[in-house]
Design a protein around this ligand. Structure first.
Ligand code: GDP
Length: 343
């Protein structure tokens, strides 16, 4: 199945008029792309309103409008302190079910903060899965950061406790904890996370606690359900949406933010250590609707105008702007201003 990104980018040019069929097909495309029924209906309503208000007649013009609507919706959910945990001492707790990409994300985040000049420590608090600690250890080596490990089958709380004390002793900026994700017993999971949270609060009160739920974009609506379940058992500050690179269902970002009110903070776009991006709302909305090309074109136009624009300092310190000048004309203008200065 083509991704929602591809489907939407080719969608608008397939219609000549803004008929009911156009809106129905658009609705279907959004729902198929996992935007979710509720959010889709709201988006279509808003689109119709804006089309009437702006007197739009051509379907292709809806592309920019849709992109804007999606961007506005997502921006509403953002807060300026979403990434505050990156500034001071922080403990990042990664939660999520097995296989979504938690350990990989822990490694990618460690590398990201290391690149930003921070001292990072990884904690292998997923003591249940046999290979998890080994796997995290490989990421720690790759990222060039320290790791605190426990014994297999041991107490995850004890690993977090040790890791906090190591973080303090080594003056680390960010402690990233990979946890076990077992959802089959909600009560167990809740108790375990509560225990870990209590340890962080009592042992490291000065650190900002950031809990990120990791979900796999490829699982569509399941990703949203998982995020919801974790939100029910612990305080979740954000979502990491992995495997967006291979996903046909990128619309899940909108469903998660609309229905759960949790911002998507990072997206995984591959298996490499650098394949983790801060979620970029504008870029996402543009890519979703195929407006990316338009944005690129505008950017190129701006650059082109800038390349034809020169500022010169005149004799009285003012700036002269010459637009559209050829190289020769710019040289002449320069010479002219220089000659003025001589007088
Ligand atoms: P965990 O069980 O949640 O810790 O999941 P892992 O970190 O072990 O990842 C499970 C699989 O997903 C591994 O094969 C990863 O390479 C892969 N994976 C993780 N993130 C991404 C991503 O953003 N894109 C792609 N294509 N694969 C990913």
């Amino acid at each position: 199945m083509a991704s929602i990104f591809t489907r939407l980018s080719g969608f608008f040019s397939g219609y000549e008029e803004l008929t009911d069929e156009f809106y129905e097909d658009l609705e279907e495309t959004l729902v198929m792309g996992d935007v979710g029924f509720e959010a889709t209906e709201e988006i279509i309503e808003e689109l119709k309103k804006r089309v009437a208000k702006e007197n739009i007649k051509v379907p292709d013009e809806c592309r920019r409008l849709l992109s804007q609507i999606v961007e506005d919706r997502l921006k509403e959910k953002l807060s300026k302190d979403d990434y505050d945990f990156e500034q001071g001492k922080a403990v990042v707790l990664l939660v999520g079910v097995n296989g979504v990409g938690k350990t990989t994300t822990a490694g990618k985040l460690a590398a990201r903060y290391k690149r930003l000049g921070k001292k990072v420590i990884l904690a292998a608090a997923d003591t249940f899965r046999a290979a998890a600690t080994e796997q995290l250890n490989e990421w720690a080596v790759r990222a060039g950061v320290d790791i605190i490990r426990g014994t297999e089958g041991g107490d995850p709380g004890a690993v977090v406790y040790d890791a906090i004390h190591a973080a303090k002793a080594r003056n680390a900026d960010i402690l990233i904890c990979d946890t076990a994700g077992r959802l089959h017993n909600k009560k167990n999971l809740m108790n375990e996370l509560k225990k870990i949270n209590n340890i962080i609060t009592s042992e490291y009160p000065e650190a900002v606690k950031e809990t990120l739920v990791v979900v796999d974009a490829g699982t569509g609506q399941n990703a949203k359900e998982q995020a919801k379940e974790f939100k029910e058992v612990t305080d979740v500050n954000g979502v990491v949406l992995t495997k967006l690179d291979g996903s046909a269902k990128g619309g899940i970002v909108i469903a998660i933010e609309s229905e759960l009110m949790i911002p998507v903070k990072f997206v995984g776009v591959g298996e490499k250590i650098t394949d983790l991006k801060k979620f970029d709302v504008t870029g996402y909305a543009a890519a979703l609707t195929g407006s990316e090309e338009l944005l690129k074109k505008e950017e190129e136009e701006k650059k082109e105008i800038a390349s034809r624009t020169t500022t010169y300092e005149t004799i009285d310190g003012l700036k002269e702007v010459v637009i559209g000048a050829t190289e020769q004309e710019k040289e002449d203008a320069f010479a002219f201003f220089r000659s003025l200065r001589k007088d």
